[in-house]
Design a protein around this ligand. Structure first.
Ligand code: ADP
Ligand code: 5GP
Length: 195
């Protein structure tokens, strides 16, 4: 009898403004059973963001405590704020034999690769640079100086797409969401019996 495929950790990364949040929200709308990690961050909530749902909004001291107690699978400083993945909920989810999805930036994706080499790294790419700029500006959630900072980081992040296992182009939200759902449940190459 074939052994069950181990539960898989999938990391979705990509430049700010490419549509990671939008695609993940679409995945959850269509498939409420998909489990997405809730990160801790020192960033202030945007209008409409709910503590414990979009992020765990914490102060610098609490973030320091999470690091000191080994409570984070990975963490990174991004555009002046810190973000990290609480490790216990991810472990608990994978222990149930079902997939887990993280939506994090590049430095964090690299840490996951180092700590959990079996994780699947997915890069969400924009259809073009011009489209990325217009999405970031169109979101209107950051002042121009912050957008510029995020765009500078985005350029470096785009150059890193070759480090990822799969590139999904976010040309259309529904299509990209479908592709991501397929990847979450696809058997891992190398973990499938007989391969
Ligand atoms: P990220 O989480 O990667 O920073 P967001 O999900 O906040 O990005 O998306 C940035 C902006 O781009 C939002 O205004 C969103 O509505 C828009 N957007 C996302 N995906 C698409 C798409 N496929 N086509 C057009 N606009 C999109
Ligand atoms: P935003 O401020 O737009 O919500 O997120 C900024 C960036 O931080 C995005 O690229 C997002 O994917 C990333 N991010 C969110 N949560 C985490 C996390 O837990 N760890 C890391 N490394 N990045 C995160």
């Amino acid at each position: 009898m074939a052994a069950a495929t181990p539960a898989r950790l999938t990391v979705l990364s990509g430049p700010s403004g490419v549509g990671k949040g939008t695609v993940v929200a679409e995945v959850r709308r269509r498939h409420p059973d998909v489990w997405v990690s809730v990160s801790a961050t020192t960033r202030r909530p945007r209008p409409g963001e709910v503590d414990g749902v979009h992020y765990h909004f914490v102060d610098a001291a609490e973030f320091d405590r999470l690091i000191a107690t080994d409570g984070l699978l990975e963490w990174a400083e991004y555009a002046g704020n810190r973000y990290g993945t609480p490790v216990a909920p991810v472990r608990a989810r994978l222990a149930t034999g079902r997939p887990a999805l993280l939506e994090i930036e590049l430095q964090g994706a690299r840490q996951v690769r180092a700590r959990a080499p079996e994780a699947q790294l997915v890069f969400l790419a924009p259809p073009s640079w011009a489209e990325l700029k217009s999405r970031l500006a169109g979101r209107g959630s950051e002042p121009a100086a912050v957008q510029e900072r995020r765009l500078a980081i985005a350029q470096a992040e785009l150059d890193s797409s070759g480090e990822f296992d799969v590139v999904v182009v976010n040309d259309d939200v529904a299509r990209a969401a479908d592709e991501l759902v397929g990847l979450l449940t696809a058997p891992s190459p190398g973990l499938v019996p007989g391969e």
